[in-house]
Design a binder for this molecule. Structure first.
Ligand code: HEM
Length: 142
């Protein structure tokens, strides 16, 4: 792969990770408002629509693109300690993504059991993972 091609894949990688992170930051925030509203309200039904569009319109396409672009540029770095540590944090973000899918379904069926405080705490996990990932990928500690 030429250096220029590599850089274009990395550009696509950074753009898709930004859109994925936007979804991982926003979905738990929507759950905070959802947990504070009552199932019979218009707001509660509107939040269902917003969560569905965020998941299928942004989060799913973004996670697919982050993985495709990341895998394409991975080979030169695959045995590096920082990349292994980074992929562990990426694993944490994937768990956040799957849990967002699970909690969204609970709201769809009016079966949410978590409080707005729970979702405020959950909202911090992607932030911590992102800080770790960016430090690792820029500093590349060996
Ligand atoms: C399967 C998942 C992923 C793989 C295999 C992967 C792999 C890579 C590789 C090989 C690079 C190029 C390193 C370089 O050229 O310096 C890179 C760059 C980068 N990755 Fe990932 N990545 C993944 C997911 C993520 C995620 C989830 C984030 C953020 C939340 C992320 C953030 C970044 C950033 C910011 C860069 C640019 C670093 C720079 O330009 O110095 N990556 N990634």
């Amino acid at each position: 792969m030429t250096d220029d091609t590599y850089l274009w894949w990395k550009i696509a990688h950074i753009i898709s990770m930004v859109t994925w992170m936007a979804g991982l930051f926003y979905m738990p925030r929507l759950f905070v408002y959802h947990a504070l509203s009552v199932p019979s309200s218009t707001e509660y039904q509107l939040l269902k629509v917003m969560e569905r569009r965020l998941l299928f319109g942004i989060m799913h396409p973004s996670i697919i693109m982050v993985f495709i672009t990341g895998m394409v540029i991975l080979p030169p770095w695959i045995e590096q300690i920082w990349m292994i540590a980074k992929l562990c944090l990426v694993g944490l973000l994937v768990i956040c993504h799957l849990l967002c899918m699970h909690w969204r379904i609970a709201f769809v069926h009016d079966r949410n059991t978590h409080s707005h405080i729970f979702y405020r705490v959950v909202n911090e996990i992607p932030t911590v993972a992102l800080i770790g990932i960016v430090i690792l990928v820029v500093q590349k500690p060996s």
